[in-house]
Design a protein around this ligand. Structure first.
Ligand code: ATP
Ligand code: MG
Length: 457
């Protein structure tokens, strides 16, 4: 006899893997996540670890964070924890804070409630035609429904704190075993519901080394344009997840392969199409490879450097045009950066605390050619020197800047004797230097020229 769930949808019976038959041990779960799970369970609620935490533990990887799903309403969750804050409007999520760690607790959502990953987004749609009344009736659901509205089958596995079993409602376990990334439900519908899932597909495929299921992969070429409708702030977050976690070079290649890179960085994509002698493609890939290796060495990385790399090619092209009209090189770069950023932020937002240092990385580039007198010493005291120097080295490695020049600066910093620089046409000219903000020679935080690297400073 067919059973049906509370919303009339057929009840799905999960595959339940008992504790003895899987490798998730509580010693690998954050203590704080365990506290949240136990507290909810002891208060009589269902509570599961879900999402990337379960997926990564099953794969023997270290999870980035731990998410909890429960049948307790956000208000009920709030009552259980003093250190709890509710965020979002349509889907309210509870953030339970323990020092630096936040455990996100989400109430089961119904299948009709599309997850756009953004609690505040679509808040208007949750209101009843202008009356301002928030419609919550159809938003929360059962654990079965919660599983079905998730993105990929491998992201929809539940670790049950009652008996430490793993529950699979959507055939996620076979996919996990086979290394397959498969969207739950009809892929086209799911991408239209939330186009960011296309970026997530690329990200998880690259990060986990999974292949996309053919049905998950096929619509991406066609639907990439939908990314144009995603709020730029959300895109910024996704860009960081794609490029700042140690697999950026591969993510870049995969995004280009699927025709998505041009949706994120249209101007860079156009510049890449006018490739010259292996450069620009080589430059971005090299910059991302360098960021990847910094991440692997646990060195700091900053979005300012990342965006400098991603936007350099169009900036460089525009600046070259301005310079040909007689604009001073640094000024040309600054104007070019402003122009590119203005257009870019329509797609992907770039907070000023990153665009300002990014522009400095650009405008310092011409100053590396000025090697006479006290200029090198002054440049080395600039708070952005180290990042700008790293950038110069990448340009040289990509064949776009002079390798001799980059090496000269490397030696200078190492305290080695440097050859007197070749006479620089125009370098000794009477142009007045603009005063830096903060006064001459004053170093700002992290300005130590020894390995501050990409640190924001
Ligand atoms: P990461 O390792 O990057 O944290 P994750 O899988 O945990 O990966 P999160 O962005 O932290 O990804 O989201 C947690 C879970 O929420 C996902 O595993 C997935 O089940 C669900 N989810 C997140 N974003 C979406 C989305 N856009 N559509 C559907 N489900 C989503
Ligand atoms: Mg996560």
């Amino acid at each position: 006899m067919p059973q049906s769930g509370p919303t009339g949808s057929p009840l799905i019976h999960p595959v339940i893997v008992p504790r003895a038959d899987h490798n998730i041990s509580r010693t690998n779960i954050s203590e704080n996540a365990l506290k949240v799970l136990y507290r909810l369970k002891n208060a009589g609620y269902e509570a599961y670890l879900v999402g990337g935490g379960v997926r990564d533990l099953l794969l023997g990887r270290e999870p980035k964070d731990f998410d909890v799903a429960t049948d307790a309403s956000p208000e009920q969750v709030e009552k259980e924890f003093r250190n709890c804050r509710l965020i979002g409007r349509r889907f309210r999520l509870a953030h339970v804070r323990f020092g630096d760690e936040i455990i996100e607790v989400a109430t089961f959502r119904s299948s009709g409630a599309a997850d756009t990953g953004e609690p505040d987004e679509d808040a208007d749609r949750a209101h009843d035609g202008g009356t301002g009344r928030i419609l919550r009736d159809n938003i929360y659901g059962t654990v079965e429904e919660d599983a079905e509205r998730r993105d990929f089958s491998v992201n929809a596995l539940y670790y049950d704190i009652r008996d430490f079993s793993v529950r699979d409602y959507v055939d996620g376990l076979p996919d996990l075993r086979d290394g397959v990334l498969r969207l739950i439900g009809d892929p086209e519908v799911r991408y239209r519901e939330d186009p960011v899932r296309m970026l997530r597909a690329v990200r998880f495929a690259v990060k986990l080394g999974f292949r996309m299921h053919p049905g998950t992969e096929a619509p991406i070429d066609r639907l990439g344009e939908l990314l144009g409708h995603v709020p730029p702030a959300r895109m910024f977050e996704e860009i960081l997840k794609l490029f700042m976690y140690g697999f950026g070079e591969q993510a870049f290649e995969a995004l280009r392969h699927h025709g998505l890179f041009g949706q994120l960085f249209p101007r860079t994509e156009r510049a890449l199409a006018t490739e010259e002698e292996g450069f620009p493609r080589v430059f971005i890939a090299k910059a991302l490879a360098s960021t990847d290796s910094r991440v692997q060495q646990e060195l700091p990385v900053t979005p300012a450097f990342l965006f400098a790399a991603l936007l350099w090619e169009p900036v460089r092209q525009i600046a070259a045009g301005l310079e040909a009209q007689g604009v001073h090189p640094s000024e040309a770069l600054r104007r070019a950066a402003d122009e590119v950023v203005e257009e870019q932020v329509k797609r992907v937002s770039l907070p000023r605390r990153f665009s300002t240092p990014m522009t400095e990385i650009f405008t310092l580039q011409p100053r590396f050619t000025q090697r006479q007198g006290k200029r090198p010493q002054r440049l080395m005291e600039h708070p952005r020197f180290r990042a700008a120097y790293d950038f110069l080295v990448l340009r040289a490695e990509a064949g776009e800047a002079d390798m001799e020049l980059a090496q000269w600066w490397t030696q200078l910093q190492a305290g080695e004797a440097v050859a007197p620089p070749p006479a620089q046409p125009g370098a000794g000219g009477g142009r007045r230097r603009r005063r830096r903000r903060g006064g001459r020679g004053r170093r700002r935080g992290g300005g130590d020229a020894s390995g501050a690297g990409q640190e924001p400073g």
